[in-house]
Design a protein around this ligand. Structure first.
Ligand code: NVA
Length: 304
């Protein structure tokens, strides 16, 4: 499978994403077979925003593959402020073999990829969170043999996570419903792109603005109502989003088997604590799978 960067969910084909999921399962089952996959490779991790799971799962994941991870956090400010992104990219390429970056603007990732000449992996931006979506569908694939039979709903704010989940669902042929308050369904161009991809894969991509229209779902997913960098939304969101809280009543109404959350969870807001801590929840499996999914991406990028 050959791709040069991992920036957005619509840049890989269905066979490529399926192979990534298969490879992630193999690495998870037999990590000892991959301990030298990144031997001699150094990977820089640039983070403009806070992170727990992404930072640590990349760091430890790279170590498990025999590589070296170097973290640069928020002390250097936003990329492009102290020096041009193009110069950051060219400098990093002098010493390192790949860049993992969490940025405010997707455009910065595109610039890094254009000028660094080494693989760039999106560790979350304003538009996408592709490592999360890959880990999430790996998690779903561990519970359902045939992804084309799964009804998957994302309930809440249309954001980077829902964008990535929707695009990846379209690629993989998973039926995907986004339920959000009117005006919070995410970027129209991403919905259009997902619908276009779904014409090939056979996925149904549906948008609803009334939670009562959700219908039967196998999996219900939610994420924060206020993403990092999105704080200007203010307190008004609580009222607008309240009917979209994911709780036991919603699970029962949809006959859903599992609930998912990328974390950090805001208990009592987008999801109740009772549900998050219940046997319905796949949140910790998702968190663990971040590392295996990302390691599959890294192994693929380096061609092993
Ligand atoms: N949508 C959230 C995801 C956090 C992992 C954010 O961007 O803050």
């Amino acid at each position: 499978m050959s791709f040069s960067h991992f920036l957005a969910d619509d840049q890989q084909t269905q066979p490529q994403v399926s192979q990534l999921i298969t490879l992630a399962k193999q690495i998870k089952a037999n990590p000892e077979q991959y301990t030298n996959a990144l031997a001699g490779k150094s990977i820089v991790m640039l983070f403009e925003k806070p992170s727990l799971r992404t930072h640590i799962s990349f760091d430890i994941g790279i170590q498990k593959l025999g590589g070296h991870a170097l973290y640069i956090g928020q002390q250097n400010g936003q990329l492009g402020e102290r020096e041009r992104v193009v110069d950051v990219a060219k400098n990093l390429a002098c010493w390192s073999d790949a860049i993992v970056a969490r940025v405010f603007e997707h455009q910065v990732l595109e610039e890094l990829a254009e000028h660094a000449g080494i693989p760039v992996i999106n560790a979350l931006c304003n538009l996408y969170h592709p490592c999360q979506a890959l880990a999430d569908y790996l998690t779903v694939a561990e519970h359902f043999d045939d992804l084309s039979q799964v009804n998957f709903a994302y309930v809440g704010d249309g954001n980077n996570v829902s964008n990535s989940l929707m695009l990846s669902a379209a690629v993989l042929g998973i039926n995907f419903t986004l339920a959000s308050p009117m005006g919070y369904s995410g970027e129209a161009h991403i919905l259009a792109q997902a619908q276009k991809i779904a014409e090939q894969s056979g996925a149904n991509i549906t948008l609803v603005n009334d939670i009562n229209d959700l219908g039967q779902q196998d999996v219900i997913y939610t994420d924060t109502w206020v993403s990092m960098g999105d704080e200007a939304k203010g307190a008004k969101v609580l009222e607008k989003f309240a009917p979209f809280q994911v709780n036991h009543d919603l699970m029962q109404a949809c006959q859903a088997k599992f609930v998912m959350h990328c974390q950090p969870a805001h208990l009592g807001h987008e999801i109740t604590q009772e549900l998050f801590d219940s046997d319905y929840s796949l949140a910790q499996q998702q968190a663990e799978n971040r590392m295996w999914a990302q390691n599959a991406v890294l192994v693929s990028l380096f061609g092993n």
